[in-house]
Ligand binder design. Sequence first.
Ligand code: LLP
Length: 410
Amino acid sequence: MKPLNAAQTIAIAQQFGTPVWTYDAATIRARIAQLKMFDTIRFAQKANSNIHILKLMREQGVKVDSVSLGEIERAIAAGFATGADADDIVFTADLLDRATLARVVELDIQVNCGSPQMLEQLGEAHPGHRVWLRVNPGFGHGHSQKTNTGGEQSKHGIWHEQIPEALALIEKYNLDLVGLHMHIGSGVDYSHLQEVCAAMVAQVKQSGRDIRAISAGGGLSIPYRLGGEAIDTAHYFNLWDAARNEIAAHLGHAVHLEIEPGRFLVAESGKLIAEVRAKKDVGNNHFVLVDAGFSDLMRPAMYGSYHEISLLRADGSEAGGETRPTVLAGPLCESGDVFTQEEGGVVTPRDLAAAEIGDFVVLHDTGAYGASMSSNYNTRPLIAEVLLDGEAIQQIRRRQTIAELLALEL
Ligand code: LLP
C-alpha cells in the first residue's frame, strides 16, 4: 500500500465530508528541493492552481507558468510579481485571446509564444515586449497521445522549420527575445530527453540569435504504481546542464536554465478521499460505487490513468485481509465513470480489499491534474481542498454550493 496516515485521513473525511482532496505540504517541499540545481523552477500551475499551493511554491522560491487569464490572476493573488523587472510569471500559450493580450501588456508579463500570430499581435500592441519562442522540435512523447505536445500531430509550439519566420517577426516588432522553450509532452523518459536537449542546442545555433535563457519544459513523470521507479533528477539536470553549457560556449556568455514541471511537484502530495455508498455484482464484475466521479478526478476516464487505491474502515479497524477483483466506479450517469480502467475505456477490475458501505476509498497521487481538471458535470459542485502541513490542517478551498452553481443561470 502507498504511504497513508489512516487516522488523519478518516478524521479529514469526517470533518470536511467526502469527496475531498488533501495535499501534503512536506511532500511538495521535498520535490522542490530535488530540482534546486536548476536556476529557475517554474511551476506549471495547470497541474494544481489553488492559490494556497501557489503561495507555498512562491515561499520556496519557485516561479510560475500560467496558461490563461484566470491562471495569471491566480498567480497575482498568490503574490507573484509583475512588471518590467519581474519574471515571476510567464504566460505560455498557442494563442492570445483579446482579454489576455490586454492584461499581459498592461502588466508586462513575459509571453512564451507558440504561434506566429502571438508574435504579431503582441508586437502590434506592445513593441519591445519580452517573449520566449516555444519550439515544436518535430517529435514528442507523452504517457498518452493526448499529452504528447510535439511532432506533426500536435498543435503546440512553432514548427521547427518556421523558426526563421518567427525570428523575422521578432525583428520586425523589435520584441525582446528572452529564450527558447521546448516541452515535448507529459511523461517523458531519458531517451527523449537526450533528443530534446540535442534539438535545443541545434535550434539555438541555427537561430543565429543571442538569448539569455532556455527552458526545458516540464514532463517529469512520477511512479504512479507501487514499486515504480522514481525519476533521477540529478541525471535529468546533468543532461540539460550539458546542453546549456554547449549553448553558453556557443554564445560566449552564461545561459539561464529553467525547468517547468507540473506533475512532479504536486502529484504525490495529493489524495482524493471518497466514501463507499453502493456495491453490486453485475455478471462477473463486482462494482463498488463511491461518491467521487470523473467530474472530480478525470484522469482514469480521460487517459486510462492508473492510481493506487486504498480502503479504510470508518472506525479505523483493519479493512480485512481478503481482497477481491473490484471495479471502482463513481456516481455519474456514464458508463465511463470508472476509476479502474485502461486507455480505451476497458474496465479492469483490481484486487482491492473487500469494501463495505461507509468505508473510505483513497485515490493516491492525485495532487496533479486532479482538482484542476474537475468539472460541474451532472451539476455536481466542486469539492473541498485541504492542505496538511505537519499537524496543521487548513481548508484551502471550501466546497462549492449548488446555489452558487445555479446563480450563473438564474
Ligand atoms: N509546460 C507546458 C508548456 C505544458 O503544456 C505542460 C503540461 C507542462 C509544462 C507541465 O507538464 P508536466 O510536468 O505536468 O508533465 N492532464 C494531463 C497532463 C497534461 C499536461 C499538459 N501540459 C494528465 O493528467 O496527465
